[in-house]
Design a protein around this ligand. Structure first.
Ligand code: NAP
Ligand code: G4F
Length: 363
């Protein structure tokens, strides 16, 4: 199967309302897929990232359809699979916050570990050639003993979230080897964007800087500043997911930039881009430390680069600029006020403007 000719293909995405799910839905719709997304029932609307893609269900023949469902509900997953008959299934749904997983280990394991198993079980009985993508995580490497980490690096998970992802990862390999399912695991390192949840550290920092500029607060409270992460740009990472499912054989891939920075470096850069000294605003609050943290992550994505033809394009500095410009704008301040943020257009969902900017700044 080549990388083109997708007309007529159908994809099912769990986690479509999240950061990656929304970018992946845009990518697949742009490639002429019919896209189906699983959303959870909520007392408030939770579809802000995909509203621009969605239309009135009374209109016929539209390429995006949303279905209520949950990774906790096996019968509903089976029904959706049998009804939609997807060619490709992307399992992005998860309780994805590492710190929260210490507070809610059972819920996390149910969604992340058992949820993946339920979906795999629903898929391996089908009588058409379905392909499955599992959202594995660099968090699985945990207390690393070698750097950088690649597909052969052992897992030493350090949180209920990471333990659950290790289970889901091995289960994906298991269904590939035991049942011949075309199942791939993408071991993705941290990837961020203006759609990143507000409680992850990068977005917390860029929103914090914007709120300080707007005079809404004078302090930003953070935890472990020495932790290092390999941070990339999310729209580029969903492209890697899709590429994995277009290969002749299923396999697992590390996706990363190959460059690590500390939380403190992110903080310093974000404040300095708007002419502030972070030391005047950042306070350490013990409540944001984890019982066990992952101190350093650095990915080696040589295999993805060679086999998928994938490479990251957005630099660390431009990632911070893109996120900060978005949050400054959301705080009702014109980012063009700041030389370093000037000219960065908003992340208008669906326009792929941010992806274009990333290409330009990388050129
Ligand atoms: P995210 O923004 O937190 O989105 C998570 C999605 O999962 C949301 O759509 C959420 O729905 C949904 N969800 C949560 N519990 C569910 C359940 N029980 N059943 C069905 N759906 C459920 O996460 P993300 O950053 O886009 O990440 C996507 C996937 O990649 C996740 O599996 C994450 O663990 C993994 N991952 C992320 C990174 C990263 O750096 N972003 C790196 C490696 C792996 P609601 O909107 O209703 O909450
Ligand atoms: O932004 P974080 O919460 O991301 P974390 O824990 O690396 O997890 C993210 O990336 C994983 C891939 O490796 C994904 F699988 C996972 O779903 C998620 O997307 O924290 C990054 C680092 C940690 O070391 C944390 O201790 O930042 C440190 N940190 C310091 N102060 C903080 C804070 N993290 C948060 N969330 N909030 C703080 O105030």
């Amino acid at each position: 199967m080549g990388l083109g000719a997708n007309v007529g293909k159908t994809a099912l995405i769990t986690g479509i309302t999240g950061q990656d799910g929304s970018y992946l839905a845009e990518l697949l719709l742009a490639k002429d897929y019919e896209v189906h997304g699983v959303i959870r029932r909520s007392s408030n609307f939770n579809t802000g990232h995909i509203d621009h893609l969605y239309h009135d269900p009374h209109e016929r023949g539209l390429p995006l359809t949303l279905h209520y469902g949950d990774l906790a509900d096996a019968s509903c997953l089976t029904k959706l699979v049998m009804r939609i008959k997807p060619d490709e299934v992307y399992n992005l749904g998860a309780q994805s916050h590492v710190a929260v997983s210490f507070e809610m280990p059972e819920f996390t394991a149910d969604a992340v570990a058992m949820g993946t198993l339920r979906l795999l079980e629903a898929l391996h009985w089908v009588d058409w050639p379905v392909r499955f993508y599992q959202a594995s995580s660099s968090e699985m490497f945990g207390k690393v003993h070698e750097s950088p980490q690649n597909e052969m690096t052992p897992f030493r998970p350090r949180s209920p979230y990471a333990v659950s992802k290790v289970f889901a990862h091995h289960m994906t390999v298991q269904y590939r080897e035991a049942h011949g399912l075309f199942a791939c695991s993408g071991v993705l390192f941290n990837h961020e964007s203006p759609r990143r949840g507000a409680t992850f550290v990068t977005r917390k920092i860029t929103r914090g800087v914007a709120q300080i500029l707007a005079g809404e607060t004078s302090k930003l409270y953070l935890g472990n500043l020495s932790a290092e992460r390999d941070w990339g740009f999310a729209p580029e990472y969903v492209e890697a997911m899709w590429r994995m499912l277009q290969q002749p054989e299923p396999d697992d891939y590390v996706v990363a930039t190959g460059e690590a920075h500390s939380v403190q470096e992110f903080v310093e850069l974000a404040f300095s881009l708007v002419g502030l000294n972070w030391k005047d605003y950042v306070e350490i609050d013990k409540r944001y430390f984890r019982p066990t943290d992952v101190e350093t992550l650095l990915g080696d994505s040589s295999k993805a680069r060679a086999k998928l033809g994938w490479a990251p394009k957005t630099s660390f500095r431009d990632l911070v600029r893109i996120m900060l410009a978005n949050d400054v704008r959301e705080a009702q301040i014109d980012p063009n006020t700041y030389r370093e943020l000037a000219g960065i257009e908003p992340d208008i969902p669906g326009s792929r403007v941010i992806a274009r900017i990333a290409r330009e700044v990388a050129a």
